[in-house]
Design a protein around this ligand. Structure first.
Ligand SMILES: [Zn+2]
Length: 432
């Protein structure tokens, strides 16, 4: 298909109008968008002298611009001939069919004169084996007296959005699941977006803060949200991009408002904590354990050099966050959380602010992946979703001189380890 030939976009509504028409052919009006070398079907002649506009939803801004005056035709063809020719010619660049022969094959085509005619042929009875071979029910043609070329038409599909993954990804199972995201900063906003993309049906966002200028560099939100509460702005952001998902916004602080957070933990399947600081993480660890729910904790440490994702599962095999930290301390490993606490509230530059935006996004996406894998394995018995351990350390710009398990050596390196069982003296774990 020559480069200079037009590219035609056909809204679903136009396809439906052509398919339902009792005519054997009719006029089309295309909207031309010169900057994108694109034509969009705007009106369809559906009955003698009746032209109906094709509905294009308002969000398809580019498809609604341009000048609607380029005349074209749609023609219903019989016996598959035109569509088979279209298939063969499409596979042979530079190939064309003489206008006289095309006119025999597609009766009703108008003489383009010295200009360009655009025709969409429709074969409603195309046999399945031809469809399998690549023939199209709706095919496009650039018609010139010097020859007729196949052109590409892009038909708006019947199914868009997550539903396109049906049969390829367990969207139905995940649509029934819910995750509470604690902290809607840089990592939390990336995690919430990723959870939506994985198809988690309900996300409950918890964050007390407003979205301000200093957040913007590292956040999923942009200028339009400055000044708003992060949870409310994220709810709107996700609703635009993932309308199939339910988002609930809670303008709450998980530490100060733990009493209000508890019933939310009770009703979700999993808690993902992306909040800065030691106190929110410990509260989430405790609340999730008491509610018998898994929790995923995500952060960046050591001035943004490594990412850490911890999975806490409420079983006798695995302890809580405090049990893990005690264990690391006993091993002489770096206690990254203690570092965090030093900075927290001291007015010094907070450590995550040293991290680079895509690194934070990677950690948020990774945490969402661990969350979804945990849901699929534990709730749906999908053992292809088993992950390698409970504690992942991710090299972002590793410094190489940290104690295990933090000594990731290379950028992009992920080290998995397990976590110890509950300590007998642990107040969170021992009440079980
Ligand atoms: Zn514990």
């Amino acid at each position: 298909m020559p480069q200079h030939d037009p590219y035609i976009v056909v809204p679903r509504d136009a396809i439906d109008k052509i398919a339902a028409s009792a005519l054997s052919g009719g006029a089309l009006v295309l909207r031309r968008v010169p900057a994108d070398n694109m034509y969009v079907v705007r009106t369809v002649e559906t009955a003698k002298d009746m032209r109906l506009p094709a509905d294009i939803p308002g969000e398809y801004v580019a498809l609604r611009s341009g000048d609607p005056h380029h005349a074209a035709q749609w023609i219903r063809v019989a016996a598959n001939d035109a569509q088979i020719h279209h298939l063969f010619l499409s596979r042979r660049p530079q190939a064309f069919i003489e206008f006289a022969k095309f006119k025999e094959m597609v009766p009703g085509v108008s003489d383009p004169g010295n200009g360009l005619g655009i025709v969409i042929t429709h074969d409603p009875d195309l046999p399945p084996e031809l469809v399998e071979a690549g023939a199209l029910e709706f095919a496009g043609w650039a018609v010139r007296r010097s020859g007729v070329h196949p052109i590409h038409i892009e038909v708006e599909p019947e199914v868009i959005g997550l539903e396109q993954l049906t049969g390829k990804w367990p969207i139905e199972q995940l649509a029934a699941n819910s995750v509470m995201v604690v902290g809607c900063g840089s990592i939390g906003s990336a995690a919430a977006e990723a959870l939506a993309g994985f198809g988690v049906g309900r996300v409950e966002l918890l964050d007390p803060d407003r979205f301000l200028w200093h957040n913007m560099l590292r956040h999923a939100l942009g200028t339009e949200s400055v000044g708003r509460y992060k949870v409310a702005a994220m709810k709107d952001h996700l609703a635009r991009r993932w309308p199939e998902q339910t988002v609930v916004a809670h303008q709450l602080d998980v530490v100060a408002d733990a009493h209000y957070a508890r019933p939310i933990v009770d009703r979700v399947d999993l808690v993902l904590c992306a909040a800065d600081g030691i106190a929110p993480r410990r509260v989430v660890s405790h609340l999730a354990r008491r509610a018998n729910k898994p929790a995923i904790l995500a952060c960046v440490l050591d001035n943004g050099s490594i990412g850490e994702v911890i999975r806490l599962r409420p079983t006798p095999r695995f302890g809580c966050l405090l049990c893990l930290r005690q264990h690391l301390a006993a091993q002489g490993a770096m206690d990254a959380e203690a570092d965090q606490e030093l900075d927290y509230g001291t007015g010094r530059v907070h450590q995550p602010m040293a991290a680079v935006p895509p690194d934070l996004r990677q950690v948020g996406t990774f945490a969402a992946k661990v969350a979804v894998a945990t849901l699929l394995e534990s709730l749906h018995g999908d053992h292809t979703q088993r992950i390698p351990g409970e504690h992942a350390v991710i090299g972002l710009r590793p410094t190489g001189d940290l104690a295990a398990p933090f000594n990731v050596g290379e950028v992009g390196d992920v080290r998995w380890s397990s976590i110890p069982g509950p300590r007998p003296s642990c107040a969170t774990c021992s009440a079980e």
